[in-house]
Design a protein around this ligand. Structure first.
Ligand SMILES: [Zn+2]
Length: 453
């Protein structure tokens, strides 16, 4: 690799040159979904951002050398609550949401991670790590609950940059009489009668949420690995607790070397929340917007910045892609892409700058030769755009139109007749009607052509 890859590391709070622990095996772990409800647009952002990081690492180090693990949380308080509310079994619920999640990933044009481990298939590893933490006196038992004792780990708070008293005041720390310190967190807890339960040395129970990521990253990536990612809301307590568990159980200096977090999504400048009722699920988007548009919209702001989701953003992304699809080439070839084109991405995944350079490449392609067109397509493909065929792109627009082509041409000839009769009012009315139905017409050199909006 000849170019430096710069990445903002939340642990050191600075942009650093990415230096892998082992150039032959690049390892990245990203916290995946808790499969309790249909993923929403806020969940789509890390999917696309870390997919982009995965693509950049594959380009720099080789496709086979990058190991990307994204877990599935399929045991959790939220899942139990949701299955009771929806009156379906936990296994039916998690299967259904997981299937939906995978369809969302395909829709967003994301590559499959190398491993996608499920929490419920790693209970043995979680019991094992809990035992180690108890043996090493980093954890204690109280009424069949096992807690991690944060006072035993002097670096606790290193990622969130908070001290223990600040953390204890935090609203997200679950209060309990069983705890020695309120910022201690659960490694294992007893299950109630109607909850999933596994045999353990401390009775029938289930793991605390944080433990699975420490165990699954260890299993698939080793005790120390390069990049840990997730949404900014996961820094505390989830990621802080993952570090504490892993470092103390494994006796290592590090857990992950680089910590990368994406910013929030707001909805028309408002916070997305169930109580506000402004949550858009990806599943709902699938019927009305092409996934390529959503993908481009999600990359339009730098990943660390907040992103506002609104109609203007969608329309701009749609219009851009419509234009870009005019230069579509039916060939997939990312391998020999010019590294210079990728420079903005190698600078902490600067997608706005990359998209700006795509606009320049588009202009060159439009006015240039086949090589220019190829370069433009390669650059789009690299970030997962123009990956659908042009006919699929056009068909998606057609799908929403309730007119067949005969009806369209009949309306156009009626309009032409009206224009010949100088009935411009009627002609305009027909044009507007077609526009409303998603058809754009153009008059040029005495000829009228039409296309899907
Ligand atoms: Zn996690």
């Amino acid at each position: 690799m000849s170019k430096d890859f710069l990445l903002y590391n939340n642990l050191t709070q600075s942009k650093e040159k990415f230096i892998p622990l082992d150039e032959k095996s690049i390892r990245m772990y990203v916290c995946g979904p808790t499969v309790y409800d249909d993923p929403h647009i806020g969940n789509a952002r890390p999917l696309v951002i870390f997919d982009l990081l995965f693509r950049a690492l594959r380009f720099l180090y080789g496709n086979k050398k990058v190991n990307y693990v994204r877990n599935i949380t399929d045991v959790d308080d939220k899942i139990i609550e949701s299955s009771q509310k929806k009156k379906i079994s936990i296994s039916d619920l998690t299967k259904k949401i997981l299937k939906n999640f995978h369809e969302d990933c395909d829709y967003l044009g994301c590559l499959k991670p190398t491993h996608e481990p499920k929490a419920t298939e790693h209970i043995k590893e979680m019991i094992e790590m809990t035992k180690i933490l108890l043996d090493k006196k980093f954890a204690y038992e109280k009424n069949s609950n096992i807690y991690f004792d944060v006072s035993k780990y002097s670096n606790y708070g290193q990622l969130s940059k908070k001290n223990i008293s600040e953390l204890e005041a935090g609203a997200r720390v679950e209060k309990s009489k069983n705890k020695k310190n309120q910022s201690d967190f659960v490694l294992w807890k007893p299950s109630k009668d109607n909850e999933p339960a596994w045999e353990s040395p401390w009775g029938k129970g289930r793991p605390g949420w944080h433990l699975e990521c420490s165990c699954m990253s260890k299993k698939y990536l080793g005790k120390e690995f390069d990049i840990h990612g997730g949404g900014i809301d996961l820094i505390f307590p989830h990621h802080e607790n993952e570090i504490a568990q892993s470092v103390c159980a494994n006796g290592t200096k590090y857990f992950a070397k680089y910590w990368v977090h994406n910013g929030f999504i707001t909805m028309n400048s408002e916070k997305m929340a169930k109580s506000v009722g402004n949550i858009i699920t990806i599943k709902n988007l699938r019927n009305s917007i092409n996934g390529q548009i959503v993908r481009l919209a999600l990359m339009s702001a730098h990943y660390k910045q907040p992103l506002d989701w609104n109609d203007k953003l969608i329309n701009e992304s749609k219009n851009t892609l419509d234009k870009w699809y005019e230069e579509y080439l039916n060939q997939k070839n990312n391998e020999d892409i010019d590294e210079k084109i990728l420079l903005p991405l190698l600078n902490d995944l600067n997608t706005p700058a990359y998209i700006a350079s795509l606009h320049v490449l588009y202009e060159k392609s439009k006015n240039g030769n086949n090589e220019d067109k190829k370069r433009f397509n390669q650059a789009c493909n690299f970030i997962g755009l123009l990956t659908e065929t042009k006919s699929k792109w056009d068909n998606f627009k057609k799908k929403k139109i309730n007119l067949d082509e005969t009806e369209i041409t009949t309306m156009i000839s009626k309009r032409n007749k009206a224009r010949n009769n100088k009935d411009f009012k009627l002609a305009d009315k027909i044009r507007d009607e077609l526009y409303q139905k998603g058809i754009l017409i153009e008059d040029k050199d005495d000829k009228t052509t039409w296309k899907y909006k």
